[in-house]
Design a protein around this ligand. Structure first.
Ligand SMILES: NC(=O)c1ccc[n+]([C@@H]2O[C@H](COP(=O)([O-])OP(=O)(O)OC[C@H]3O[C@@H](n4cnc5c(N)ncnc54)[C@H](O)[C@@H]3O)[C@@H](O)[C@H]2O)c1
Length: 249
């Protein structure tokens, strides 16, 4: 038996980075994986890769910031497989700007994707997760736990993700649903490649988000997500696990 045999998992942000690695990891351990993102092409490549490795996955495009998307996404998963055992919310965006210059639209978009999108999927999935005694794993960040210079909107969104995850963990503990966060840091993915900073950004301050052990690939986070989603994490809820190479050690 593999850890996720007979289990159904939804992964958002599955087209890239940590979400992609989590989808591959759980599929390799027997999960049926419902992969969702805004990037159709990359999702299709992921599903092909999982199929070639003998796994079972489907891909559906949803913009989790869109009104009604979470409900539609959950409905599509239930139509496909009839149950959900783990919800892995990895979709996220990051933009850097001086706090006093951050446009309202940028603030609203980051909150809409990172925080509201995560919440709405939790909300949609919770009744089904009570039935399956399932688990939620949300993408928080080291920015949930320490100040991120030039990342005021991102930091606020990730602080919110941590707070909402703890609230769900307590509220649903007696109903058998676990909710946890991973707090990645210095993981080489599409998100961190090609980021731009304000011209006057102070790189000494930005060194606070550099790990002690060097950047790592997304698979180091995927293993922790799989642990939290599986029965190996059965006594863990309301927890945030840093996977940050010692940034906050
Ligand atoms: N990489 C890191 O060091 C790091 C550190 C802390 C937290 N995180 C968090 O981990 C999660 C995964 O990040 P990553 O590094 O793998 O980034 P990534 O950019 O490689 O992947 C993010 C995915 O989210 C998708 N996405 C963006 N907006 C979306 C939307 N509206 N609807 C659906 N999908 C959407 C993107 O298309 C992309 O495939 C994010 O929530 C991120 O904030 C990453």
């Amino acid at each position: 038996m593999k850890r996720f045999d007979d289990k159904v998992v939804m992964v958002t942000g599955a087209a890239s980075g940590i979400g992609r690695a989590a989808a591959l990891r759980m599929a390799s351990e027997g999960a049926k994986v419902f992969c969702t993102d805004i990037n159709q092409l990359a999702l299709d490549e992921l599903v092909d890769e999982i199929s070639q490795q003998g796994g079972n996955a489907v891909a559906r495009v949803f913009d989790i910031a869109a009104v009604g998307a979470a409900e539609d996404c959950l409905a599509a998963l239930l139509e496909q497989w009839g149950r959900i055992d783990a919800l892995v919310n990895m979709a996220g965006i990051l933009r850097f700007a001086n706090a006093h210059e951050t446009p309202l639209e940028v603030w609203q978009q980051i909150i809409a994707v990172n925080l509201t999108g995560t919440f709405m999927l939790c909300k949609a999935a919770l009744p089904e997760l009570v039935k399956s005694q399932g688990a939620i794993i949300n993408a928080a960040s080291t920015a949930s736990l320490q100040g991120l210079p030039w990342g005021v909107a991102y930091g606020a969104s990730k602080g919110g993700v941590l707070a909402l995850t703890r609230s769900i963990a307590v509220e649903y503990a007696k109903r058998g649903v676990r909710a946890n966060c991973v707090c990645p840091g210095d993981i080489t993915t599409g998100m961190v490649q090609g980021l731009s900073f304000p011209d006057d950004a102070d790189f000494e301050l930005l060194s606070r988000i550099t790990s002690l052990t060097g950047a790592k690939g997304p698979e180091v986070v995927a293993g922790v997500i799989a642990m939290l989603a599986s029965d190996d994490g059965i006594h863990i809820t309301g927890e945030e696990i840093r996977v940050d190479g010692g940034i906050l050690a």
